[in-house]
Design a protein around this ligand. Structure first.
Ligand code: ZN
Length: 486
């Protein structure tokens, strides 16, 4: 995720007005920190050594209490969604078919789903009892699901999804726009529009069939198939062939211009820009996406997905999210560095996903470092001078937040997670040298492609590639509440 910092000089008055009602995730710029609990200094064991333990109703991740469920592993989501944005009472009418693998025998199991009406649940084609309370849909199949077996759950549901209004993170999830809807769900918004195992540790492939009024265009992740129109409604089908975390699933419905093609490096690309968005032009957005995708392939290794691209929607939000293969942007003109950030996430965050949210610096520190690299290439501030000024000028209070375990309320902390995460990589590069450092990044992307990983695994790989003992280095940069020594 990129939260646009209010660089006021670059904003039009209209955009400032839009931003003022939009959502601000994290701290916009160097805002004063809230008091943080005192943390013991000195040698402490890295706090990431305890694995998360799922229960029936939770993945066990303390950063997102209640999200996710234990007992099974989703392999595939098939979502058939009829979306009529003008219908205030029932804008969504849907059937989700979930193929999963039971990790143990289950007389009942949970799915995450909030705020929608479930009319029917079937397990392996037979009607199941269910109880829907809060965010938990508890399913009791007519026959116990055997441990080790594959099973299929079908959920018919409808209603009007609501955006998440998080007191810390602001508004996200299912966001209504003047002509439709934009969806951006990090970290906990996916279960406001489809049932599932809503935690990044359980990734799955997807296909989506989006049925919308024929005067609108629907866009999702992945690659599109042929469209069909009947009774004033157009259906488009989308396939996501590589595993995807639930929060990275995206749809956008509205009056879009669409441009498709292939990058000079040979990667299929599709961009969509809402027709009410004046800048950037769709051609400029397309060119920037194509150029930077190809450059990141040279730096990070082969592109992980079937296509690249992005969507700029007329949503009154000031952030962009790296929704898989097709990042989504609110109504602002993204700079090339923001585009570079979201594209770097395709390797770091989307293809390799966090196992637990405390490791979010593996996403945001890497994407921020890529953003710095692109800024330097464009003739902006050099990496070293950016590192030096942050190192010298960041007040001690900002160093109190731990990059490797920032806390739920600091999940998107602009210094600890983004800047200090990027500084950690820059300091590591200085220790390893350019060749080894970039080969580490490519190994990281290759070794964990389409999977999940933790900070400990990154530390292990860095030690293996460099031949250096790096535990005290990472301890100082990720887990100490003070500025690391140089
Ligand atoms: Zn990001």
């Amino acid at each position: 995720m990129y939260n646009r910092r209010p660089a006021a000089a670059a904003l039009s008055l209209a955009l400032v007005a839009a931003l003022s009602v939009g959502c601000q995730v994290g701290e916009p710029g160097p805002a004063p920190l809230r008091p943080t609990p005192t943390t013991t200094t000195g040698a402490q064991a890295p706090p990431d050594s305890s694995p998360i333990v799922p229960t029936q109703s939770s993945a066990g991740d303390p950063y997102v209490p209640g999200n996710g469920n234990g007992g099974y592993d989703v392999r595939h989501y098939s979502l058939k969604l009829k979306i009529v944005p003008s219908d205030a009472k029932k804008s969504l009418d849907a059937v989700a078919t979930i193929k999963a693998h039971a990790q143990r025998e289950m007389a009942e199991f949970n799915l995450d789903l909030t705020g929608l009406d479930v009319s029917q649940v079937k397990v392996n084609g037979r009607k199941a009892d269910f109880d829907h309370e809060g965010s938990e849909l508890v399913v009791q199949p007519s026959a116990t699901v055997a441990g080790g077996s594959d099973f299929t759950v079908t959920v018919a549901y409808s209603g009007t999804p609501r955006a998440v209004n998080d007191p810390i993170l602001g508004q996200y999830g299912w966001i209504e726009t003047p002509d439709g809807v934009a969806v951006a769900c990090q970290p906990s918004g996916a279960h406001t529009w489809f049932p599932g195992n809503d935690h990044p540790s359980d990734k799955a492939t997807f296909d989506l069939a989006l049925t919308v009024p024929q005067n609108l265009t629907a866009v999702a992740n992945g690659e599109s198939g042929p469209a069909s129109t009947a009774n004033g409604l157009t259906t488009t089908k989308w396939t996501v062939e590589q595993p995807m975390a639930t929060y990275l699933a995206m749809i956008a419905v509205g009056d879009f211009r669409v441009k498709e093609g292939v990058t000079p490096g040979g990667i299929p690309i599709m961009v969509a820009v809402d027709s009410s968005v004046r800048t950037p032009s769709i051609d400029d957005f397309y060119q920037a996406k194509a150029k930077i995708t190809d450059e990141w392939v040279k730096l990070f290794g082969r592109y992980p997905f079937g296509s690249t691209g992005g969507v700029i929607d007329n949503a009154a939000v000031s952030f962009a999210l790296e929704t898989q293969s097709r990042s989504i942007y609110g109504d602002f003109d993204p700079s090339e560095t923001i585009i570079a950030h979201e594209l770097a996430h395709q390797w770091f965050g989307d293809s390799i996903s966090v196992t637990r949210w405390q490791d979010i610096w593996l996403n945001e520190g890497f994407a921020s470092y890529a953003e710095w690299i692109w800024g330097e290439r464009m003739g902006g501030q050099s990496l070293q001078s950016r590192f030096d000024s942050l190192y010298q000028e960041t007040p001690p209070s900002s160093w109190q937040v731990l990059t490797g375990d920032p806390g739920r309320e600091r999940l998107f902390d602009s210094f600890a997670v983004y800047d200090r995460g990027a500084m950690t990589l820059h300091a590591l590069r200085a220790k390893m040298g350019d060749d080894e450092f970039f080969s580490l990044l490519r190994r990281w992307a290759e070794d964990h492609r389409y999977g999940n990983a933790t900070t400990e695994q990154f530390v292990d790989l860095a030690e293996s590639v460099s031949g250096q003992e790096l535990s005290s280095f990472f301890q100082a940069w990720l887990y100490e509440p003070v500025r690391p020594p140089r």
